[in-house]
Design a protein around this ligand. Structure first.
Ligand code: EPU
Length: 442
């Protein structure tokens, strides 16, 4: 009964300090099929965008993850009625005619994505107060581009008592905005602010992640006028009002990439159902260079591998570059590959916190600034490690799959933020992994 379905604890349990761990025994090969749900980093923004239109928005392919629960609470506190059908993977959000303007600071501090309500609220009702958000401990994560862009659109933005406050006396005014860096969050916020602005907004050097294209398509279905979807220049012609719609969330490329890397590390064979190979271009190229066989299919792709992977060099960059959200997983892969690998992180300044934990498993690596050199370790050996963020947690679980003996990953609530049914899915693929209450830290 190793694969007993335990699921993640409800949000309330976490709030009451329930702490859990994953216990992984290495040596199994991942084989079989896994179903990829909608993307965390899309659905949270789609939920925020529902504030742009009164009435009922329905989202499908919604992953069963903690961050969705928290975002639902953020919206409820603004007056929305949120209904969730976990079995169907849908969520319905009934947005009132006049949503609240003040987001609950306790909820907002728990997820970074909550800052995405700033754009829709100031765009729709001319006022928003959002506490400076929380999220993963992976760097400074400034909001200057969000603020500068909103100011360009005519909002007055201040920081008051630890909250970002944006106000506009009438409709925002379309403007030309050039982002210093293709920030995902800033692109999304400015897009959502501009769809109801007067006139035309041009967002240049916009982020191009598939989740942004998903948001654009959702907004377009609501009646927004957006040109350049999927490109780095978005042109938005503001409209007076939008209508609520139904929309299916784009599949999660990071979750798909995580299982793909797991298949290569364990010399396995996994069909990644609903995974979109076209959203993982460079990742799959790299895995092929590591020796994996990648076979695209009608509804996903298959990743199989035999023998110890060859080492690859990786440089993270905004999409279509190698995603920073797969960095810990790929470092774990390199820890068991056969050559020396150089990995460079260009997006966040604290991703390498993860390396400290990987060292406990016997990985041979050395960080220097935003680079890490990984040398082949004779073997990884199970140990007790701590997940510092959602992707670090996933990387540690993958390492545990190939380490000798038992690896205990603590603080798995981070993993529950982004991976629906991680334990159950890995178990079904043949891994030896279980969720336990963490008596060590309880
Ligand atoms: N940045 C600024 N100023 C800004 C905005 C961003 O300096 O105004 C910097 C950040 O500090 C960071 C870099 O720009 O160094 C990239 O930030 P970006 O805004 O692109 O990222 P984000 O919107 O905060 C989203 C995802 C992250 C993902 C990044 C990059 C969500 C909720 N989060 O974050 O996902 O890593 O884009 O792709 O969509 C994760 O899922 O594990 C995760 C961290």
């Amino acid at each position: 009964m190793r694969c007993r379905r335990t699921g993640r604890p409800p949000e309330q349990a976490l709030a009451s300090n329930s702490v859990e761990r994953f216990v992984v025994t290495g040596g199994s090969r991942l084989a079989g099929e896994v179903l990829i749900p909608g993307a965390k980093n899309s659905v949270l923004k789609l939920m925020a965008a529902s504030l742009l239109a009164p009435g009922t928005t329905t989202l499908s392919a919604v992953p069963d993850i903690l961050d969705v629960d928290v975002m639902a609470d953020v919206l409820s506190a603004l007056g929305a009625r949120v209904g969730r059908d976990l079995a169907a993977g849908t969520i319905s959000i009934e947005t009132p005619d006049v949503p609240g303007a003040v987001a609950d600071p306790e909820l907002v501090r728990r997820i970074r994505a909550s800052v995405a309500i700033l754009g829709p609220l100031v765009g729709r009702r001319g006022e928003a107060r959002v506490a400076l958000p929380g999220g993963d401990a992976i760097g400074a994560r400034a909001l200057d581009m969000h603020v500068d862009g909103l100011r360009r659109l005519g909002a007055v933005v201040d920081i008051e008592d630890g909250a970002l406050v944006a106000r506009s006396s009438g409709r925002l005014q379309g403007a030309a905005i050039w982002l210093d860096f293709p920030s995902v969050g800033a692109t999304e916020n400015l897009l959502m602010a501009s769809v109801l602005a007067k006139g035309t907004t041009v967002i240049d050097n916009a982020a191009r992640e598939p989740e942004i294209a998903d948001l654009c398509e959702f907004l377009a279905r609501m009646g927004a006028r957006i040109e350049g979807i999927g490109g780095s220049t978005l042109v938005v012609d503001g409209v007076e009002e939008l209508r609520p719609v139904a929309h299916e969330t784009v599949p999660d490329r990071i979750v798909a990439g995580t299982y793909a890397i797991g298949a290569v590390m364990t010399e396995g064979d996994v069909m990644i159902r609903h995974g979109r190979a076209e959203h993982l271009g460079i990742v799959l190229e790299k895995l092929a260079a590591a020796g994996a066989r990648i076979e695209p299919g009608a509804d996903g792709f298959r990743v199989s591998s035999t023998g110890r992977p060859r080492s690859i060099d990786v440089v993270t960059l905004p999409y279509p570059g190698f995603p920073t959200d797969l960095l810990p997983q790929v470092i774990a892969l390199e820890a068991v590959s056969q050559g020396i690998s150089l990995i460079t992180e260009n997006v966040f300044d604290s991703r390498f916190v993860f390396c400290r934990e990987l060292l406990r498993l016997g990985a041979q690596l050395r960080t220097d600034g935003h680079h890490v050199v990984v040398r082949p370790a004779p073997r990884l050996a199970g140990a007790s490690v701590v997940a510092s963020d959602v992707r670090a947690g996933a990387g540690l679980v993958l390492a545990g799959l190939v380490a000798e003996g038992t690896t205990v990953v603590h603080e798995v609530h981070h993993i529950d933020r982004g991976y629906a049914g991680f334990v159950e899915n890995l178990c079904a693929l043949g891994a030896d992994i279980r969720r336990e209450r963490d008596v060590a830290v309880a």
